[in-house]
Design a protein around this ligand. Sequence first.
Ligand code: KG4
Ligand code: ZN
Length: 343
Amino acid sequence: MINDVHILAIETSCDETAAAVVKNGTCVLSNVISSQIDIHAEFGGVVPEIASRKHIENIDYVILEALKTANMNFDDVDAVAVTYGPGLVGALLVGLSTAKAISFATKKPLIGVHHIEGHICANYIDNEDFKPPFICLVVSGGHTHLVHVKDYNEFEILGKTLDDAAGEAFDKVARVIGLGYPGGPKIDKLVREHGGDRKAIQFPRAYISEGSYDFSFSGIKSAVLNYVNKCKMADISFSENDLAASFQEAVIEVLVSKAIKAAEEKKISKIALAGGVASNSFLREAMGKACQEKSFLLNVPKPVYCTDNAAMIGSAAYYEFIKNRFFDLDLNAYPNLRLGQRL
Ligand code: KG4
Ligand code: ZN
């Protein structure tokens, strides 16, 4: 009989200090997140040096809280998992050094997890029936990837952004209309609460080229900026709600259509969403509708597992654990680690 596997997972790649205990890759016993959003909001975006310092201040408490909530101590866990890339190098190093220290002191194996792999594995949480293969649209603040998830640890990147990530576009547009950081949830909320005509302004849709699964969001970002500047110079007032709704519609249309096309072409009837932008209520709705029309199954993690968290790292680590894929204590942080890259 295979015993239950409990993994203590740590995530510090950006501005959330997070720790979790996850059982067998799908059952979350604790999920503690200490967000630094309020601190970085003052600067309009994440300040890497501040992020590292705040991780150092918070990490011990966050880990102890995760163990306490799970009613466990270090001896009860089977492995320590940590995000080792991609991300901000200083921020990653805080989580990595802590995980290595725990691994060394407790003699528990160390598992390095790719951050995007973690986002994808958020789809397995509380969801034992959802299994590869599937097409996953990963949309976060730093990444936009369309991935064919062939197996738990096997990924084929079908397309990715050539410039800005989807979340980055949301954040920049929100800044232009004065909504502040992080922009994604603010645009989502503004349009949800105040309406806004999604057809009011025809922003460009970047399909790149026929058959391409790549994305580009820098054009729409510039188009929004140009629109706002033109209105200001001509002293014409414009509706921020309409602008936000039209921008969001343009981004979502491209994301949905490329994901659906990939599923059709690969003959895979399952689609999953992942990453912070996957918590966008309009994207979830639009993808749901498109999947229903094609009779595809759509899986979307709960919003708390879409934005950065350690439970998703604990889930991804389980599929490494059962294959005995562990790391030595000389594991380094890799800010540009590619999905599927093994070191
Ligand atoms: O996955 P995540 O927490 O961190 C990274 O790995 O980057 O994603 C953060 C991004 C930010 O750009 C944020 O604006 C965006 O996700 N985001 C959203 C929503 N919630 C978070 N974008 C659109 N709508 C949302 N509801
Ligand atoms: Zn992330």
